[in-house]
Design a binder for this molecule. Structure first.
Ligand SMILES: *Cc1c(COP(=O)(O)O)cnc(C)c1O
Length: 429
């Protein structure tokens, strides 16, 4: 047995599912997760020294690829000068200024340690500002392991209700659902729950039901409905921030009240951030009643890595080039996989077999998971590491060169041939 398989078996004995975050296990595609040990640029290596071109990029954060020299240098310098003070530092100021300059709707910002923390905290701010309890979210939008946001919709129905999911029925009752890209379903909830909805939260480009960009009309409609009903509009840009562009709100030219960030903010180090209108952010302790704190929030290691990463993002044409590379790859994937819907926005893309349109969760429920699993394993055998889930966005980084992408296409051409031979459905179309 390979070293990777042996290690994974031992991991499973002591860590549930062998993973510290569920989608890392190959439960959706079958087989044993590869245990990875090293990364450089666009490549990763497993414990047996097998090399892969990485199209997962840490599930999004690695916009600069692995071990980017500027990020490595910043981490080394920070490590030598103290990784934690529990006091204000100059790097928090500099990073706060850079991020809020990149995303101007964030007049004030707080740094936390993960995207989930950013979401939890922004919901508390919204409740405090409005004096209302209910949250409106969209089926299929992912907001981290924030109970009960992760425990409504089809998951709750499959698992038999709130409590088996570890949430309270009361918390579930305060979480309302609407359909992505369907403004009427939002209007319906506002009229069913007058003066009770604190905020509407969404991913402006989704990353967990395939890649779906919200329609401009839908977003402007949401903005208008929130204003009319006195609710806050929250953009969860944990994945899209510094991946589709500086932000999706910049691409789509719409201004939310609060924004949640995470993933790519700090070049791959653990981070979250949230912010928005100053009058709202001033409700946070010590200025106001909403208590949000954290021992590691804004730690120097993360902040200094973040500064190095942000300087790269600010280079002329950085995100345009990432988006063009992604389009280059996706165009070729469309030719290669005629029975899959390849969706891409900026540096994100998804591969959904068996669907012809993708605008909301209902469409994504048509994904052919078995066919994706076959393709995933064929790709892995060729040395291409995709996210082990058809639902989740794959990612490119600035470290992926065009030569590298041509190599990916060659490898995936062989992978596509394997699944066509096994099940030639794709040829019929
Ligand atoms: C990843 C993600 C989160 C959660 O971030 P963590 O750092 O994993 O807690 C929240 N929202 C979106 C849109 C994400 O993609």
């Amino acid at each position: 047995m390979s070293l990777s398989d042996q290690t994974y078996d031992r991991l499973c004995q002591i860590i549930p599912g062998g993973v510290n975050s569920p989608f890392r296990s190959f439960h959706l595609v079958g087989g044993k997760a590869r245990v990875l040990k090293r990364g450089l640029g666009s490549r990763v290596w497993d414990m047996d020294g097998r090399e892969y071109i990485d199209l997962c990029c840490g599930w999004g954060p690695l916009t600069l690829g692995h071990a980017h020299p500027a990020v490595v240098k910043a981490i080394q310098e920070a490590a030598a000068e103290g990784v934690l003070f529990g006091a204000p530092t100059p790097w928090e100021l500099e990073l706060a200024e850079m991020v809020t300059a990149a995303i101007p709707s964030m007049e004030m910002i707080r740094f936390v340690n993960s995207g989930a923390e950013a979401v939890m905290s922004s919901l508390r701010v919204a409740r405090s500002v409005t004096g209302r309890a209910k949250i409106l979210k969209f089926e299929g939008c992912y907001h981290g392991h924030v109970a009960p946001l992760d425990a409504v919709g089809h998951e709750a129905r499959q698992q038999g209700g709130a409590v088996p999911l570890g949430a309270t029925p009361a918390a579930i009752a305060d979480t309302l659902l609407a359909e992505f890209n369907n403004l009427e379903s939002v209007e319906q909830q506002f009229s069913n729950h007058p003066d009770q909805i604190a905020c509407v939260i969404l991913e402006p480009v989704t990353g967990s039901m395939g890649v779906i960009e919200a329609d401009a009309g839908f977003l402007f409609g949401l903005r208008e409905l929130c204003d009319r009903h006195g609710a806050l509009l929250i953009f969860d840009e944990v994945l899209t921030g510094f991946r589709v562009d500086f932000s999706a709100q910049k691409r789509l030219n719409i201004c939310p009240d609060l924004t949640c960030l995470g993933k790519a903010v700090a070049g791959g180090l653990p981070v979250g951030a949230y912010g928005g209108k100053a009058e709202y952010m001033k409700r946070l302790a010590p200025l106001g009643p909403v208590y949000q704190a954290g021992t590691f929030c804004g730690n120097p290691l993360t902040m200094r890595a973040g500064l190095a990463a942000q300087r790269e993002y600010q280079k002329e044409g950085f995100f345009q080039s990432l988006g063009e590379k992604t389009e280059y790859l996706c165009e070729r994937l469309r030719r290669l996989l005629p029975d899959a819907l390849i969706a891409n926005v900026g540096g994100m893309f998804s591969i959904g077999f068996g669907v012809k349109r993708l605008t909301c969760h209902r469409d994504a429920m048509g994904f052919d998971e078995k066919r994706f699993a076959a393709f995933f394993h064929a790709a892995l055998a060729e040395g291409v590491y995709l996210p082990p889930s058809t639902w989740d966005s794959a990612s490119l980084s600035s470290a992926h060169s065009y030569e590298e992408l041509d190599l990916v296409v060659q490898k995936l051409t062989r992978a596509a041939a394997v699944i066509m031979d096994a099940d030639p459905r794709g040829r019929a179309r």
